[in-house]
Design a protein around this ligand. Structure first.
Ligand SMILES: [Zn+2]
Ligand SMILES: [Zn+2]
Length: 185
């Protein structure tokens, strides 16, 4: 029983990573689905980079998502497993929100977190048609939108604070292998 609940939660978390990809790619970056409320916020995030949609919209999205999913999930898996599935999915959604914000506000600890940042900032600064996944690059790989980040050229006006050495205004030496500033950008 416990194993079923844990597996249902895990499945919910995996399904969120898929939704994250779908929402970002097809609602955020596909011209045929625009305008839509997600794209409006997302375009602003791309142009300002440190802009994030207000918390109430994120809470409302989580509540709506849970409300839409709980009925079919309980019908398919029974109440305990169905609710665990939805709980896992919403928990991963929250993790995504935290991770995405921290990509922008904090340098990553460890090589995988630093890779996830480069994966995301390639999407921001090199080519927004690629690297849509934030919590994982797996769906980019599945759908053929995965690109190796290479050296990311960051416009100085949009540079993340953690990237810049306040002493000299240049990219911190720890990140200079992967990021470059465009001075008039
Ligand atoms: Zn971002
Ligand atoms: Zn985007």
């Amino acid at each position: 029983m416990i194993l079923t609940l844990v597996l249902a939660m895990l499945l919910g978390a995996i399904v969120w990573t898929f939704l994250e990809y779908v929402i970002h790619r097809w609602l955020g970056h596909e011209s045929r689905t625009r305008p839509n409320p997600f794209a409006a916020e997302h375009v602003r995030h791309h142009s300002q980079v440190d802009y994030f949609a207000p918390a109430w919209k994120k809470v409302l999205s989580a509540v709506l998502l849970a409300a839409v999913l709980v009925g079919p999930s309980v019908a398919l898996g029974g109440a305990p497993a169905g609710c665990s599935f939805v709980a896992g999915l919403i928990a991963m959604y929250v993790a995504y929100e935290v991770l995405h914000r921290r990509d922008h506000t904090h340098p990553g600890r460890g090589s995988y977190m630093q890779f996830l940042r480069r994966h995301h900032f390639y999407h921001h600064f090199t080519d927004p048609k690629f690297n849509h996944g934030v919590t994982t690059p797996i769906w980019d790989w599945v759908f053929g939108t995965l690109q190796a980040p290479g050296t990311i050229r960051v416009p100085s006006k949009l540079a993340m604070r953690w990237l810049i050495d306040p002493q000299n205004g240049c990219v911190r030496s720890a990140y200079a292998r992967h990021y470059e500033l465009i001075r008039n950008g």
